[in-house]
Design a protein around this ligand. Structure first.
Ligand SMILES: Nc1nc2c(ncn2[C@@H]2O[C@H](COP(=O)(O)OP(=O)(O)OP(=O)(O)O)[C@@H](O)[C@H]2O)c(=O)[nH]1
Ligand SMILES: [Mg+2]
Length: 503
């Protein structure tokens, strides 16, 4: 799925410069010495950066239009990056933010909005402090009045600020889930849990009201409702042309047995919704596994197989609420609803998705109707052993086609039971190998890599051939990708090339 990023802000703030530097690897000295032409209307470019990205770079001269009667330019965007000239008076900056922020609640509910106070190299620390104070004050005020917050960063492409600018982008990519291919936004998890919560409280709600209450787009809510309707958890009724949604009896018990526990899984991210009355047992000993377990399920949300790394390792992490009614077997219905959003995402013909919260990471891989989900520690860098995990799934899938076909008809999961010890063993091997890889790259420091990026940015391109210049550009972009993805393996693959350019 292509993700849309919008760069907006007043004229000459540095949007196009940032875009050229970040996505195209353009030399920072050239960008500073030979300014770009002011953008007219907007430029939209697609970049293959971690994933397929569409970047809309809007003209600053028309900023009133973008926030006025042409707001549709922001539709379907994943990330909106506002670039503000650091030389602006603090009041101008806070006014701008006050004007840009409501876009999120009014137009682009699913987008993350960030503010870059750019060209920080042109102001002194005294001015920086003034801006910081004004922004903190605004943050406090907005949070008090509307319960919303915003993220902002000082940035510059001047060499001495480059590393902190990279860190700002890394943060933006992480928060908005762009740092990984096929990563589902945590907001989708919230949408799921709030859907059940709302229906449980209000019993019957129209589709329009659901979309308003859950602050989600109509099409997203519709797709969720359809998915749970297919599983028999929700039902819809039409009255005078209006569609009303309610929980079925099964849906009610599903809410008690699963959703209430899931709400707590992503505690940090969903914190606004967590009420005090749910006892959250911090005391529960959470085993420190890399992988808690795996689950194989079908597109009807039925479980074929659950393999826990050790007894209750998966159950205890998923049921942190200690919900006595919690049922592990019902988790696949939730996974199934999630995978609906990942259907457009295709990685090597296998659709997959990943959700990462403060407590848990879920990585799924589907083939046909069957989904393989790995539940792991959020720190687990699954990409380091992705091939091995895919191989386990492929082997299971290919060796069991007959049983899988039977399961589709009968729901009989008994034949898969005997594979549990085997899968457990294989997962253990994967973890052993993972630990080995971790050791190998333990000397690895991304701060070191960022310094290398800095060195690469300093390479004097004047004496280089056009081909060599292009190579450096593409290496810079690749290097940024590995930094943002924190992928040491990918970095090691290009390290030699980079060092040869620096020499
Ligand atoms: N000192 C300094 N100058 C910068 C920096 N980033 C960009 N600039 C300069 O700022 C000027 C404007 O940059 P652009 O990228 O064209 O600005 P823009 O936001 O795209 O402007 P519009 O297209 O008119 O909306 C250029 O002269 C850049 O060289 C920075 O970090 N530091
Ligand atoms: Mg521009």
């Amino acid at each position: 799925m292509v993700k849309k990023i919008v760069l907006v802000g007043s004229s000459s703030a540095g949007k196009s410069t940032l875009r050229k530097w970040f996505f195209e690897g353009e030399n920072i000295f050239k960008l500073l010495e030979n300014p770009l032409e002011p953008t007219i209307s907007y430029e939209n470019k697609s970049y293959r950066f971690i994933q397929e990205l569409y970047v809309f770079d809007l003209a600053g001269q028309e900023v009133d239009r973008w926030f006025g009667n042409q707001q549709e330019i922001f539709d379907e965007s994943e990330v909106i990056i506002n670039v503000i000239d650091a030389r602006s008076a603090p009041k101008i900056i806070t006014d701008y933010i006050t004007k840009a922020l409501p876009l999120q609640s009014s137009r682009v509910k699913d987008a993350d909005i960030f503010f870059l106070i750019h060209k920080v190299d042109l102001i002194d620390t005294f001015q920086q402090d003034k801006i910081t104070k004004a922004l903190n004050e605004l943050k406090r005020k907005i949070n008090e009045q509307e319960g919303v917050s915003f993220k902002w960063y000082f940035t510059s492409i001047k060499p001495s600020y480059l590393v902190s600018t990279i860190n700002a982008f890394a943060d933006i990519f992480k928060i908005s889930g762009l740092d990984r291919e096929a990563k589902l936004n945590i907001k989708l998890v919230r949408l799921n849990t709030e859907l059940f919560q709302t229906l449980s409280e209000k019993h019957e709600v129209s589709m329009e009201n659901l979309s308003l209450l859950l602050k989600g787009t109509y099409s997203k809510i519709q797709s969720l409702v359809t998915s749970y309707k297919d599983s028999g958890l929700l039902e819809t009724k039409e009255k005078n042309g209006v569609i009303f949604v309610s929980l079925t009896k099964r849906g009610e018990s599903y809410y008690e047995q699963v959703i209430k526990s899931i709400e707590l899984l992503f505690k940090e991210e969903l914190h606004e919704k967590i009420s005090e009355e749910v006892p959250f047992e911090e005391k529960i000993q959470i085993p420190s596994y890399w992988i808690y377990g795996i689950m194989i399920s079908d597109s009807n949300g039925r479980t074929l197989l659950i393999a826990e790394t050790s007894d209750n390792s998966l159950k205890s992490i998923l049921n942190r609420a200690n919900n006595p009614q919690f049922d592990l077997e019902l988790i696949p219905m939730f996974l199934n609803a999630m995978s609906k959003f990942a259907e457009e995402i295709n990685v090597k013909n296998l659709s997959s998705f990943q959700i990462q919260g403060g407590n848990l990471q879920m990585s799924s891989l589907s083939r046909g109707n069957i989904t393989f989900t790995v539940f792991s520690n959020p720190e687990f860098k699954i990409e380091l052993v992705q091939d091995e995990i895919t191989a386990i799934f492929d082997e299971f899938f290919n060796n069991n086609l007959k049983y899988i076909n039977e399961f589709e008809k009968s729901g009989n999961a008994t034949p898969f039971m005997e594979f549990i010890p085997e899968i457990r063993e294989k997962i253990e091997l994967v973890i052993k190998n993972y630990v080995k890889i971790l050791k190998e790259i333990s000397y690895f420091s991304f701060d070191e890599v960022k310094r290398l990026y800095d060195e690469l940015s300093h390479v004097n391109e004047d004496k280089l051939t056009l081909e060599e210049q292009l190579k450096i550009k593409s290496l810079k972009v690749k290097l940024l990708e590995t930094i943002l993805k924190e992928n040491a393996k990918e970095f090691l693959a290009i390290e030699e090339d980079i060092r040869s350019c620096i020499k």
